[in-house]
Ligand binder design. Structure first.
Ligand code: FES
Ligand code: FES
Length: 158
């Protein structure tokens, strides 16, 4: 079937089977492999993307459900010059990246949180990451990186 959607600001029409997931559509049909597959059953958050302003596990969304939607993937998160944005740079600076499988999903969860709650407490940051599993970092540095980004963005907004 023909699926039309907007991905990272670009309107796309793609022929794909109706029984594949949004995750597979992104990775296998649109070559956006930054979104990772961990568990494929909605438990790890590695496949997180923002769909119509909401964080979703793309492994739980059927591609036809995404028809007409606006998707942001990790490829759509960057600074104007194409380098890391402030959140991504803080993940680097705070040592929040180890193996990296979970990190695209963590960044999407962080961006979704800051979109809806620009002044999160550490507890709210931890709650926002509750659906994103990481085996490597212990979460401390990830929470630190998101908290630092929130403070910097508040500062920038005066
Ligand atoms: S791959 Fe989707 S939640 Fe784990
Ligand atoms: S950095 Fe390895 S799973 Fe999170």
């Amino acid at each position: 079937m023909l699926i039309q959607l907007t991905v990272n600001g670009e309107t796309i029409a793609v022929e794909a089977p109706p029984d594949i997931t949004l995750l597979d559509l992104l990775r296998d049909y649109l070559n956006l492999t930054g979104t990772k597959e961990g568990c494929a059953v909605g438990e790890c958050g590695a496949c997180s993307v923002i769909m119509d302003g909401r964080l979703v596990n793309s492994c739980l969304v059927l591609a036809p459900q995404a028809d007409g939607s606006e998707i942001v993937t990790i490829e759509g998160i960057h600074a104007p010059d194409g380098g890391p944005n402030d959140l991504q740079q803080n993940f680097i600076d705070y040592g929040a990246v180890q193996c990296g499988i979970c990190i695209p999903g963590m960044i999407m969860a962080g961006e979704a949180l800051l979109m809806h709650n620009p002044h999160p407490t550490r507890q709210e940051i931890r709650m926002a990451l509750a659906g994103n599993l990481c085996r490597c970092t212990g979460y401390q540095q990830i929470v630190d990186a998101i908290e630092a980004t929130a403070k910097q963005r508040q500062g920038e907004m005066g």
